[in-house]
Design a protein around this ligand. Structure first.
Ligand code: LLP
Length: 427
């Protein structure tokens, strides 16, 4: 079996029991299946890849170096959004020409480093950014490839906070302005206009939204070509959704058919930037029950994982399946699975039917491989949850456990604090 499954009632991953992983590595802990990541990559590669097409893993979904190394070995390219991600991608073995640099607010320092490094493509998102890149190309004497991210005014995505394709969002350039800016790029002669890009949002299950946005981009690209401009490639973005209720994905064959419907018969080079699709189902957040507390009409299962470990439930009201790792008897009262952080919003799941659990039992929050560990924080001075990847049936640590001493060591007490007179402590 690949990924997470039950064996004799016990939740396992790739031949290893989560109970064993918790005993060895502690909790809270992100657990990933390398095999499941590879299978997810192969599934989209099978229906999408052909000569002239590329899959850029959107590394913001999970940027651990081991995860990146895995996708690099599988032949993926990468989509990144900061110079920090650029360095991670380099460290994992991606070459700059395999990278697309997206993002609405790339700084001068970031752009300069990416250009000098020979990054494959910069997706520019405003006229001001294009002008900035033109200036940097002149300054550095290096000719970057630049695509224009257009805003097709198609709102899509699983939550308002992750919908990026509407004209009221900060993303992309309206089609009406794009033609003039594309001309400016080409006429500058210091940057290579490499095409157009679009990304309308994340967690998209409705393929019609893709079709509408892509057709908008294709029409614009065709118009530019008819005016004599070179438009070699189109970046179709990421956003393919995952069904968090059962772990299935959007219909990939239908996704590929949609690509065919819009671009079939054309010679555009095509790229996609999936993130969530490749990693969400391959990870869980493994936590241990600290206390069980019964309220009037509900039960609180207080676990050692919290909103600082996985912020998606409270930030996006997103649903993650929550499963007991062991085989426990049923319990009739619905339960809120909550963490120790001092906020009512600190929950991983609300009103769930959970079995009868007690202190020390293990609970796994499923589909947590994407936008889980990357969005962790040290809120409440909680060390970051550790990460473990199961590779060929063996669990490996893939991030160093953070100690409280690491947190303390990061802060500085300026000696100038001593300028404040010390008063006697309160009684
Ligand atoms: N390309 C661009 C330009 C993006 O901004 C994103 C995601 C992707 C690709 C990958 O999208 P995906 O295939 O993963 O849906 N933290 C949120 C998701 C934010 C997505 C931001 N952009 C969450 O936890 O749901």
């Amino acid at each position: 079996m690949t990924g997470f499954y039950r064996d004799q009632g016990q939740l396992c991953v790739d031949g290893v029991s989560l109970t064993d992983i918790a005993s060895t590595f502690g909790t809270p802990c992100y657990v990933y299946s390398a095999a499941k990541m590879a299978a997810s990559y192969q599934a989209i590669a099978e229906v999408f890849l052909s000569p002239g097409r590329r899959i850029h893993y959107a590394m913001k979904a999970n940027a651990n170096l081991a995860v990146l190394k895995l996708f690099q070995r599988l032949g993926a390219h990468v989509d990144l959004v900061s110079i920090g991600e650029y360095h991670r991608a380099l460290a994992a073995g991606f070459t700059p020409d395999q990278m697309v640099f997206s993002g609405v607010g790339k700084t001068g320092d970031e752009l300069r480093e990416a250009i000098i490094g020979g990054i494959g493509q910069i997706n520019a998102e405003s006229a001001a950014e294009v002008d900035h890149i033109i200036a940097l190309a002149k300054e550095t004497g290096v000719m970057p490839s630049v695509a224009l991210r257009i805003n097709p005014d198609v709102a899509a995505g699983g939550h308002a906070k992750i919908s990026t394709g509407g004209s009221d969002t900060k993303f992309g350039i309206p089609g009406t302005e794009a033609e003039a800016i594309y001309r400016r790029m080409t006429d500058s002669q210091v940057i290579r206009a490499s095409g157009l890009a679009v990304h309308i949002g994340s967690q998209i299950m409705n393929l019609n939204a893709f079709a509408t946005a892509w057709q908008y981009m294709r029409d614009l690209a065709d118009r530019l070509r008819s005016q004599g401009y070179l438009v070699p490639s189109l970046d179709l973005g990421g956003g393919i959704g995952v069904d968090y209720s059962d772990g299935s994905t959007a219909d990939l064959a239908a996704f590929a058919d949609t690509v065919e419907t819009v671009f079939g018969g054309s010679d555009y080079h095509l790229a996609i930037e999936p993130g969530r699709l490749l990693v969400a189902e391959a990870g869980c957040l493994l936590t241990r029950v600290i206390y069980v507390k019964d309220g009037e009409d509900k039960r609180f299962i207080i676990v050692d994982g919290a909103m600082n470990d996985l912020i998606r439930p409270t930030l996006y009201e997103s649903f993650h399946r929550i499963e007991a790792v062991g085989d426990h008897p049923a319990h009739s009262i619905p339960a809120d699975i909550v963490g120790p952080v001092c906020e009512t919003g600190d929950y991983l799941g609300l009103g769930r039917e959970m079995p009868s659990l007690k202190t020390g039992d293990l609970v796994a929050v499923m589909s947590a491989g994407a936008y889980g560990a990357v969005m962790r924080s040290n809120y409440n001075s909680r060390p970051l949850a550790s990460e473990v990847m199961v590779i060929n049936g063996t669990p490996h640590r893939i991030s160093k456990p953070q100690q409280i001493s690491d947190l303390l060591a990061a802060d500085i007490i300026p000696s100038a604090i001593a300028d404040f007179p010390a008063s006697a402590p309160q009684e």
